[in-house]
Design a protein around this ligand. Structure first.
Ligand SMILES: NC(=O)C1=CN([C@@H]2O[C@H](COP(=O)(O)OP(=O)(O)OC[C@H]3O[C@@H](n4cnc5c(N)ncnc54)[C@H](O)[C@@H]3O)[C@@H](O)[C@H]2O)C=CC1
Ligand SMILES: O=C(CO)COP(=O)(O)O
Length: 351
């Protein structure tokens, strides 16, 4: 069969920037898919790893020997066409399709290292859940990546707990991409029978659903820690979803409100994160142990990163500068609990 072409023509050579819990699960999924679609994708997938020692050895060496990320996704075979690479520039060499999948706090420093080194016909997609707040401005990471590297950048987000996707349990996701041909090609790269992809033009809504739900998931975890039960948690999800949508529409004109209620990147991600995510888990322990979020991240996540608490801080900085913190009471409450010692059990007086 001849190679399929898309708006940029020819085969895509894919590289992943990131190799954490979600990064590794996605590397496995993409690596497996690519083997079956070698007519339009190069079969080898380079996966950039932020190098570290693990049991006295380099983590990348162990990943490449065992085909398993024993630290961030233990027990899952990544496949022999996924190759870990500690050098960022080598990892993207020859690639024309970049998947960004690192914790949001590291995106800017990583993009800076890539500036001027990425050919202009490269396509990118951000799987990062978070927002960038700087100098009173707020941006989604697709925009940040586009700005730094001068390339197009789509977004993928959904109800996608990494360990479940890695085990091939059924999930849905949403790709936000303005160019429909490119969107379809990203969908062919990611879609499997068990990982169902919907395509939308709403890059903003897709990105903001993933970023903002992390803050709501922290609130849901506080409710679990307080043992207030399911009615209370459902209320937090409902109030949180409305706050997410309102924030997106107020500060990101052009966001499609339907994305929040119709797409996996909206309500479904909110639900799965409030039931089973890391933000939820650590927030529950915050109440039951009295430890700080920094301590809990270190003790409970084995190197994985919390996104919701830092996002609450970034949103607060942005909203406070505009005198609008009180208009977003749930986001503001999470910030105050994490950083100002406000007691979780006062939530009903705040929201
Ligand atoms: N884990 C999950 O279930 C899901 C995560 N996401 C999102 O995907 C993004 C990436 O998450 P994960 O892959 O789970 O990461 P993770 O939470 O497992 O983070 C650990 C990764 O960060 C890397 N890291 C540490 N310091 C770094 C630095 N200075 N520069 C670059 N990398 C560094 C580590 O080497 C490791 O690969 C996040 O925004 C997250 O919200 C999205 C869907 C599901
Ligand atoms: O984004 C996620 C699921 O879609 C994972 O959320 P956590 O970071 O809270 O684990």
């Amino acid at each position: 069969m001849p190679a399929q072409t898309s708006s940029d023509g020819g085969k895509w050579k894919v590289a992943l920037i990131g190799s954490g819990n979600w990064g590794s699960a996605i590397a496995r999924l993409v690596g497996k898919n690519i083997k079956e679609r070698s007519d339009e994708f190069d079969t080898e997938v380079k996966m950039w790893c932020y190098e570290e020692d693990f049991d006295g050895r380099k983590l990348t060496e162990v990943i490449n020997e065992k085909h398993e990320n024993i630290k961030y996704l233990p027990g899952i075979d990544l496949g022999d066409n996924v190759v870990a690479e500690p050098d960022l520039i080598k990892a993207i060499e020859g690639a024309n399709a970049l998947i960004f999948v690192i914790p949001h706090q590291f995106i800017i420093e990583t993009c800076k290292q890539l500036e001027g080194k990425v050919p202009s016909n490269t396509q990118a997609i951000s799987l990062v859940k978070g927002v960038d707040v700087k100098d009173g401005q707020i941006h989604i990471f697709s925009e940040v990546i586009k700005e730094h590297l001068d390339i197009e950048c789509a977004a993928l987000s959904g109800a996608n707990i990494a360990n479940e996707v890695a085990k091939e349990a059924f999930s849905e996701t949403t790709i936000g991409c303005r160019d429909i041909e490119v969107a379809k090609r990203w969908a062919r790269l990611f879609e499997t029978e068990k990982f169902r992809v919907a395509v939308s033009k709403d890059v903003l809504g897709v990105s903001l659903g993933g970023a903002l739900k992390n803050v709501v998931a922290v609130a849901a975890g506080l409710i679990d820690g307080l043992q207030w039960g399911n009615n209370a948690k459902a209320a937090i999800m409902r109030i949180g979803l409305l706050e997410m949508k309102r924030f997106a529409l107020e500060f990101f004109p052009g966001t499609e409100p339907e994305t929040f209620v119709q797409e996996s990147a909206g309500i479904a991600d909110l639900i799965t994160s409030c039931l089973g995510g890391r933000n939820r888990k650590c927030a529950e322990a915050f109440v039951t142990t009295g430890k700080t979020f920094d301590q809990l991240e270190k003790e409970m996540l084995n190197g994985q990163k919390l996104q919701g608490v830092q996002t609450a801080k970034e949103l607060h900085e942005f909203l406070k500068a505009r005198g609008k913190a009180d208009n977003y009471p749930l986001f503001t409450f999470v910030y105050r609990v994490a950083y100002e010692g406000v007691k979780p059990d006062t939530i009903t007086a705040h929201i």
